[in-house]
Write a protein that binds this ligand. Structure first.
Ligand code: DGY
Length: 322
């Protein structure tokens, strides 16, 4: 059967696909245009979707043979999964394998912005380090502070667990509250979102992008954060109103931010690049060789299961029977 892959992936997972199927890979440096994608999917049985947007317009142009869109990523807001379901197309994602790696990245951003690692590195490289100065480049303590985690699914909990080693108090907010045993095990305390934002020294976002999480952190919420607090976003850019964040960082409403994702990727709101109190990374939350290769294996396994006539392990929608 024909499988289309929209961006380069490591050989090992692709070879597992090639053993059974006819695989076409986009070998360009950029993602295929909507027209190219629709053309490729006109006679494909499966699509391994690496960063492509699959909206209604694309789905209206795919061929009848398309059985599965296997997203390479845990977040699948790039795909209209409900509309795909109406057309009888399965959509899958790649959970679990990237949980710990993404949690590490949230912590990397948290530490980097609190301890001014990027600024300090730039200072040394610029030849400005002329000898130890007791009060130069000072940051904020991390240990012993309060971490507020918004969205306490797999990644949020992994971020929370890491705080134990820093002697931090962990607060969390999620639409679904954990069992008392699970809260004790991390340990973490449930609070409402407004309280979390108000009392935390670090607010780390781990919600998926949905209509009710778009601009969850807006100007009003930012204005209730402590002026000494930091915001970390390794989830999805539009969860934060980026213009409001820029203003909050500029006027000292909050102390700093660590951002791995942006509201209109790859664009970054003008002004953010000029601020020293923000650390910016290019959507590399799950970005290690090990994890990104494992994500490809998971996506491939979903396709193999679907093309074998089974239910893929990571199905996220309920496809109508054709
Ligand atoms: C994910 O897995 O959702 C990452 O953000 C890559 O898209």
């Amino acid at each position: 059967m024909k499988v289309y892959v929209s961006f380069w992936l490591p050989e090992a997972p692709l070879n597992a696909l090639r053993e059974k199927h006819d695989v076409t890979i986009n070998d360009k440096e950029e993602l295929p245009s909507a027209d190219d994608l629709a053309a490729q999917l006109s006679d494909a049985d499966a699509f391994l979707c690496v960063g492509s947007r699959v909206d209604r317009a694309v789905l209206d142009r795919v061929g009848d043979r398309l059985k599965i869109i296997a997203n390479w990523g845990v977040g699948y807001n790039n795909i209209d999964a409900d509309y795909a379901a109406q057309k009888g197309i399965m959509v899958t994602n790649t959970p679990d394998v990237l949980t710990e790696t993404t949690a590490d990245m949230a912590w990397a951003l948290l530490m980097a912005v609190a301890r001014r690692v990027v600024e300090a590195d730039t200072y040394v490289r610029a030849g400005e380090f002329q000898g130890f100065k007791p009060f130069a480049m000072l940051g904020s303590d991390v240990w012993g502070k309060t971490l507020g985690v918004v969205g306490f699914g797999r990644i949020g909990q992994a971020v929370g667990r890491r705080a134990l080693g820093f002697g931090m108090k962990v607060l969390y907010y999620d639409a679904v509250r954990l069992s008392p045993e699970a809260e004790r095990e991390i340990p973490a305390t449930y609070v409402d979102l407004d309280t979390l934002v108000k009392v935390s020294d670090f607010v780390s976002l781990h919600v998926p992008l949905a209509e009710d999480t778009r601009h969850l952190i807006d100007a009003a919420r930012l204005s209730t954060m402590k002026p000494s607090a930091f915001l970390v976003n390794a989830a999805r850019g539009p969860v934060v109103d980026e213009q409001a964040l820029l203003e909050a960082l500029r006027d000292g409403t909050i102390a700093g931010a660590g951002l791995d994702v942006f509201e209109r990727e790859p664009e970054v709101t003008p002004g953010l690049l000029d601020l020293p109190n923000v650390v910016l990374t290019p959507h590399t939350g799950s970005g290690t060789w090990e994890t990104r290769t494992n994500m490809a294996h998971v996506a491939v396994n979903n396709i193999l299961a679907a093309l074998d006539g089974g239910t893929p392990p990571n199905l996220v929608n309920k496809p109508a029977t054709r």
